[in-house]
Design a protein around this ligand. Sequence first.
Ligand code: ADP
Ligand code: MG
Length: 242
Amino acid sequence: MRTATNVISLRGATKQFGGLVAVDNMDFDVTEHEVKGLIGPNGSGKSTTLNLISGALTPSDGEIVLRGTPITGLPAKDIARLGVSRTFQLVRLLPSMTVLENVMAGAVFGHRRRWGRAAEQHAMAILEKVGMARQARAHFSQLTYIDTKRVELARALAGEPEVLLLDEWLAGLNPTELQAGIELIHALRDEGRTIILVEHVMDAIRSLCDSCVVMSSGKKIAEGTPEEVLSDPDVVRAYLGD
Ligand code: ADP
Ligand code: MG
């Protein structure tokens, strides 16, 4: 039997903000090619967990391990170089730059660094993949909301990360866009990418995730397949109590 390789592991990862324990002793592993859902009510600590993994925040306690190497407390730019890319709950692009330049920045500062012409060619290939090649020269201000999301995803992909963190990437899309968005993440899944998906759209969780970690008040309250966790009474209670 082949043993799955852990790409990311959290070992007792904890984050306190003053008296609030936003992430409380989290343990989970994400194996290669796995799509791991991270779900839970608002304020349960999902974004903070992604911030701990990406290095935007330093854990108060515990350890984050990337392919066997502790990355706990490293600066975000170093963690990005080592192979962790993310999108933000609120899109963060550089408005003075074109779509292409934003995605090239992802290639230049990412895991597999490319420069100049190589970065540009790679960025164009990624824009093609997310359906934005025709708007490569457009500026951020000219884009629709879903297109800003596509560009942000392209930027995260451009560095060829070991693991991609998506923080409510589907939020705010209309039903047609949502379908297109889910299809795009399905295509990434089919490429065998390793993804941590923070999401409220349950249809997306069901169809995309191999397994899910459920958070409530900073703690992991369940882990299993989407079917398992979504039928768990503790999970249902945590959502209804929201
Ligand atoms: P989720 O993404 O699951 O909605 P968050 O991780 O954003 O939840 O937040 C978890 C808790 O931590 C919330 O109570 C939130 O108000 C708090 N929190 C998040 N970031 C900070 C911060 N930088 N400073 C203080 N409290 C924070
Ligand atoms: Mg959040």
